[in-house]
Design a protein around this ligand. Structure first.
Ligand SMILES: CCCCCCCCCCCC(=O)SCCNC(=O)CCNC(=O)[C@H](O)C(C)(C)COP(=O)(O)OP(=O)(O)OC[C@H]1O[C@@H](n2cnc3c(N)ncnc32)[C@H](O)[C@@H]1OP(=O)(O)O
Ligand SMILES: Cc1cc2nc3c(=O)[nH]c(=O)nc-3n(C[C@H](O)[C@H](O)[C@H](O)COP(=O)(O)OP(=O)(O)OC[C@H]3O[C@@H](n4cnc5c(N)ncnc54)[C@H](O)[C@@H]3O)c2cc1C
Length: 649
């Protein structure tokens, strides 16, 4: 590539493995890489030019997003992109670290319709939704309740006279609040409401509700609707509110795959599927983990590591050139564990998707045995990886000094989009507690001799009481360390005497320990399966660093019961630091392997060519605040103070 920053060029000439082979591994094969690149080229043709997001108002961002949505839909149609991955690849370049106003349509509205609707309902609504004559959202959260679903207040009361449900918001706190695209964009919603029939409350059920007229897009009578206002981020999506005032819908619009209300109001429960109406949340949590890697951790460490290779600062040795900040051990300690985490979360995300589709398939066949484990694992991993991603992106920003704080860095947009995942789809603490609830029950089962399988099989295994860690730092010995910690936490977390609340801090840590063990074991199995020796070696180093960093950061958990000795912990610290210098040589190539376009990363600091300063200057000069040279407001408000006589002229 012409005019690449010389420091960055040298980094790329000095690596020990094939970046292309690693990219193929991350994509899941060369054919996937080729297809992805083809779709991305199409997307770049369509979306690479346009106004700088950073210089737009919120309203302009929303309007621009609506326009891009129409263009993206047209592109997908024109290019025949129908596979979810292909659609995703195009949309990510259309909406880099942004949400389209119709994001919930595809992410939750359609999956809920197809999973909770009867065949007739799907046949009626899916064709309209696929042609975007219906644009839907998923309206569950209310002003007063998001976590505690059983506390939701919106009611849907069956009227057998007219064979209708009456949707109503009985209190201020019952207003649906937060659903993405609800404010101005969606004309339908799947509304989760308390079902009342024959005077009895049957709990939360899903209802298909038209919100706005097809002709005018005006809200229908009995509906008050709007945007909830500016947020921490996600400016392009109109998270909204809706208030129902005795709003009637036909009986047929209750999604009735799992339970029905007959014409006379009789309630029929037709499935043993536990929490059937909670299903779409398990889907999104399971999918989220992969996106936290490629939307958050990977772009953030790409920016910070490329910038650290071109940024020279301070003096390590007298009268020598200022060193690349990537040569400081402290900078490596900040960034390389994050790089390792990006790989760990990505591999875990791929595995989680696989497990989701496996279990979902079984459920469609009527086998629901693995649903509790899927719910627990997806809840725990969603919590752990979204917290990890948030923490890591902020640490990457801090590693880039002043320019890290500029919008030109790309960090603000990435951060505000990713950190929302700590809250949406289940607030993280509550998700960890859900995971812990399952682990406690499972541990108790194992203690009574029950043989376990899947992600909890270790609870019925014999665990070592002493670590086998040596100076070799075999991946197996590292996995074993996390297995031991997870086992120990389940054992102490399951004290039946203690009340749930008084034990809940320990329980969240038990859930995290379980999820960490799961991530390290997935990482180890990926490394073992790599064929190319050079790639295996460098990815193996990342796996070691991911594990050793976590052991060192949580040393107490591992030495408390003598599992890891003091001597072994000294070895851990030594190896962690020596891995930093091993990885240093390949750091830039390891982020290049993510194969991101500059347009996706959206960062001047993280440009592939490393030409930061010249582009930073051009970007700053293009800021609207710099035109005109002297702002009218200055003349109006400040000049009179500085030149009191002038104002009288
Ligand atoms: C694509 C990427 C793009 C990424 C972009 C995606 C954009 C997304 C935008 C955000 C969209 C949203 O936020 S949509 C709204 C999301 N909202 C949430 O996630 C709400 C979180 N809260 C909840 O899920 C619930 O309130 C719980 C699970 C915390 C508690 O529910 P509960 O009904 O009180 O149940 P609880 O008593 O705790 O447990 C009773 C039994 O049910 C089980 N259970 C509970 N939930 C489930 C479940 N989902 N599936 C199976 N089983 C479950 C428990 O394990 C337990 O089993 P046993 O022990 O009895 O055996
Ligand atoms: C960007 C964004 C997009 C969203 N999109 C949608 C959408 O499209 N559709 C939709 O329906 N919703 C949506 N939501 C809402 C989201 O799902 C909820 O905000 C989320 O479920 C958290 O619920 P809450 O707001 O009630 O938080 P709360 O539960 O009130 O959390 C506040 C605090 O209380 C603590 N807490 C709550 N319960 C417990 C407990 N049992 N034990 C211990 N601590 C507890 C939490 O840990 C947290 O610290 C979105 C939210 C955001 C931020």
């Amino acid at each position: 590539m012409a005019n690449v920053n010389p420091d960055l060029r040298k980094e790329r000439e000095n690596g020990t493995f094939s970046v292309e082979k690693l990219t193929n591994l991350l994509d899941g094969g060369k054919h996937v890489t080729d297809r992805r690149r083809h779709v991305e080229r199409l997307a770049l043709n369509e979306f690479s030019k346009g106004e700088d997001y950073n210089f737009m108002s919120r309203k302009e961002r929303y309007i621009s997003a609506l326009h891009k949505t129409e263009r993206a839909l047209r592109c997908c149609k024109e290019y025949g992109l129908t596979k979810p991955d292909e659609v995703y690849w195009l949309w990510q370049l259309a909406f880099p670290h942004e949400a389209s106003p119709i994001q919930l349509h595809g992410d939750m509205f359609l999956p809920t319709l197809t999973r909770q609707g009867t065949e007739e309902q799907v046949n009626k609504y899916l064709p309209l939704a696929e042609k975007y004559q219906i644009i839907g959202t998923y309206a569950q959260t209310e002003m007063g309740h998001g976590t505690f679903i059983r506390g939701l207040e919106t009611t849907a009361t069956y009227d057998p006279q007219t064979e209708e449900f009456i949707l109503h918001s009985p209190t201020l706190t019952s207003l649906k609040w937060w659903p993405g695209g609800l404010g101005k964009t969606s004309n339908y919603a799947i509304v989760m409401a308390l079902l009342y029939t024959n005077g009895k409350n049957y709990g939360m059920h899903p209802f298909m509700v038209q919100l706005r007229s097809h002709e005018t897009h005006e809200p229908l009578p009995g509906i008050t609707i709007g945007d909830i206002g500016p947020k921490f981020g996600f400016d392009t999506i109109d998270n909204g509110f809706v208030q129902f005032d005795h709003f009637r819908i036909p009986r047929e619009d209750m999604l009735m795959k799992y339970s029905q209300v007959l014409k006379d109001g009789t309630y029929v429960k037709s499935t043993k599927l536990k929490k059937s109406s909670y299903g779409v949340m398990v889907l999104v949590r399971s999918m989220l983990i992969y996106y936290l890697a490629i939307q958050g951790l990977a772009p953030a460490c790409t920016i910070a590591i490329r910038y650290s290779a071109v940024r020279r600062q301070s003096e390590q040795t007298k009268s020598q050139l200022e060193p690349q900040i990537l040569d400081y051990q402290t900078q490596q300690y900040k960034l390389f564990p994050i790089l390792a985490s990006a790989y760990a979360v990505l591999f875990t995300g791929v595995k989680m998707k696989e497990i989701y589709y496996e279990v979902d398939n079984e459920i469609q066949q009527g086998h629901t045995e693995r649903l509790p484990e899927l719910h627990a694992l997806s809840s725990g991993l969603k919590a752990l990886t979204s917290s990890m991603a948030s923490w890591c992106i902020e640490r990457c920003r801090l590693a880039c000094g002043g320019h890290g704080y500029s919008a030109a860095s790309g960090f603000p947009k990435i951060y505000v989009a990713v950190t929302a995942a700590c809250t949406y789809e289940g607030e993280n603490t509550v998700m960890l507690l859900q995971c812990a609830r399952y682990l406690i029950k499972t541990y108790q089962g194992a203690s009574n001799g029950k043989k376990l399988s899947g992600s909890v099989s270790y609870l019925s295994d014999k665990v070592n009481s002493r670590s086998t860690i040596t100076s070799e730092f075999s991946l197996k010995s590292l996995v074993d360390a996390f297995k031991h910690r997870a086992f120990r936490f389940q054992a102490c977390g399951s004290d039946p005497e203690d009340s749930w609340n008084r034990n809940s801090v320990v329980l969240t840590k038990a859930a995290e320990a379980h999820c960490y063990y799961y991530m390290v074991s997935v990482f180890e199995s990926v490394v073992e399966a790599v064929e190319d020796d050079a790639v295996k070696r460098v990815v193996g180093q990342l796996c070691q660093l991911f594990a050793l960093f976590a052991i060192h950061e949580n040393a107490g958990d591992f030495v408390q019961d003598g599992f890891i000795s003091n001597d072994q912990m000294e070895l851990v610290k030594w190896k962690e630091l020596s891995l930093l210098s091993d990885i240093r040589r390949n750091a830039v190539l390891l982020v290049d392997a993510f194969d991101f376009h500059d347009e996706f990363i959206g960062s001047i600091l993280g440009r592939f060519d490393g030409n930061v300063y010249a582009n930073l200057f051009e970007w700053a000069k293009s800021s609207p605040l710099n035109k005109p040279e002297v702002q009218e407001s200055y003349i109006k408000y400040l000049q009179p103070l500085l030149n009191p006589n002038k104002s009288k002229l």
